[in-house]
Design a protein around this ligand. Structure first.
Ligand code: SAM
Ligand code: DTB
Ligand code: SF4
Length: 364
């Protein structure tokens, strides 16, 4: 596995677009079936009310984004969503919760049951629940989890401009815990938040330096949601998305590059170039977690036009067998310590105040 330098990654990212796509497409063919793209479905099992201050996120309680908040979904709701997703061609279900971190409580126990249920339906189960300890990751693995999603989102430097309630090292520690539990890692980021090309490449350098490299790398284009501190960000140019997908493909040749949020603003031709450059998965269904996504019919039309077919589950790694999982009293009592960085982000504070005021105005 090559050890990339930042200079090499930046040079790749900035190389002539057609050359970059050609190089990425060539590498893609060496490690993946270029005619297959995995269809994955996102399911927000617990929506909104999150204590964190991620500047891009509509689910942060402190902003005023008009999303519908929901408690943890029932087993029946999740089972129905998984059946629908599978019927629509999805081979992976990613369940997301608007949590800072997993706690050793009844809600976690319930999530373990959800994981077990979906795994027994022969779908790849992914969870994105915030920070996890090694023993929590182990529990998830025993329940039959296939992947854990935890994004680095940007470079370590730019991260401090977007999130003040946790640090970059917390993210890396969680990835380490996930790896120790022998789960596959899904970790990527967002472009279009105001970061530089260097920030994008630094994030790719960090991800590509992990050993083993993450099995999945989602590349999201910011969905600028009204009420968040990033509401006024310009849409990310499609060329940046193509460059990011291609560069990711080259520096992490065996990973599945996931063309994630932001596809409603991309036309068919732009997405086709992303697939050509090595994107091997999309999220399907008309909603991501809280924001819109292209409807399944238009995606299926695009697959037909491009000669793509949905990838089956477990093509990359064997399915784990779900075991009976219950939390021990000792684990329930475990005190978890995560860092709480002392810095504040002016822009996030401003939007927190706006949110507060809007809520007050609504009450009168
Ligand atoms: N709370 C957990 C966490 O932060 O890890 C899991 C859910 S969180 C919504 C999962 C990921 O969604 C974030 O890391 C971020 O990359 C992505 N995301 C959130 N809001 C987004 C937005 N407005 N545009 C693009 N991606 C977004
Ligand atoms: C990822 O990188 N993108 C997905 C998934 N992993 C969890 C989430 C995108 C969320 C977009 C904003 C929303 O719909 O709330
Ligand atoms: Fe919470 Fe995750 Fe949204 Fe951050 S990205 S506010 S941690 S749900």
């Amino acid at each position: 596995m090559k050890d990339w330098t930042l200079e090499e990654i930046i040079e790749l990212y900035n190389s002539p677009l057609i050359e970059l796509v050609f190089k990425a497409a060539t590498i893609h063919r060496q490690h993946h079936n270029p005619r297959e793209v995995q269809i994955s479905t996102l399911l927000s099992i617990k929506t909104g009310g999150c204590p964190e201050d991620c500047g891009y996120c509509p689910q942060a309680a402190r902003y005023h984004t008009n999303i519908e908040t929901n408690d943890l979904m029932s087993l029946e709701q999740v089972e129905k969503a998984a059946i629908d997703a599978q019927a629509g061609g999805s081979s992976r279900l990613c369940m997301g919760a608007a949590w800072r971190n997993v706690k050793n409580d009844d809600e976690f126990e319930h999530v373990l049951k959800l994981v077990k249920k979906v795994n027994n339906m022969n779908m790849e189960v992914c969870c994105t629940l915030g920070m996890v300890t090694e023993s929590q990751a182990q529990r998830l693995a025993e329940a039959g989890l296939y992947a854990y999603n935890h994004n680095l989102d940007s470079s370590e430097d730019f991260y401090k401009e977007i999130i003040s309630t946790r640090g970059y090292q917390d993210r890396l520690d969680t990835l380490d815990n996930v790896r120790k539990a022998n789960l596959t890692i899904c970790s990527g980021g967002i472009i279009g938040m105001g970061e530089s090309v260097e920030d994008r490449c630094k994030m790719l350098l960090t991800l590509s330096s992990l050993r083993p490299q993450p099995e999945s790398v989602p590349i999201n284009a910011l969905v600028a949601v009204e009420g968040t501190p990033l509401e006024e960000q310009n849409e990310v140019p499609i060329w940046d998305m193509i460059r990011m997908v291609a560069t990711t493909r080259i520096v992490m040749p065996t990973s599945t590059v996931r063309l994630s949020a932001g596809r409603t603003s991309m036309n068919a031709e732009g997405q086709a170039l992303c697939f050509m450059a090595g994107a091997g998965s999309i999220f399907a269904g008309d909603k991501l977690l809280t924001t819109p996504n292209p409807d399944i019919n238009s995606d299926m039309q695009l697959f037909e036009t491009l000669g793509l077919q949905p990838r089956a589950a477990f093509a990359k790694r064997e399915q784990a067998c779900s075991k009976e999982v219950t939390l021990s009293e000792q684990e329930r009592q475990e005190k978890i310590k995560w860092s709480r960085p002392a810095h504040k982000i002016e822009n996030n504070e401003k939007y927190k105040e706006i949110g507060k005021q809007k809520r007050k105005d609504q009450l009168v």
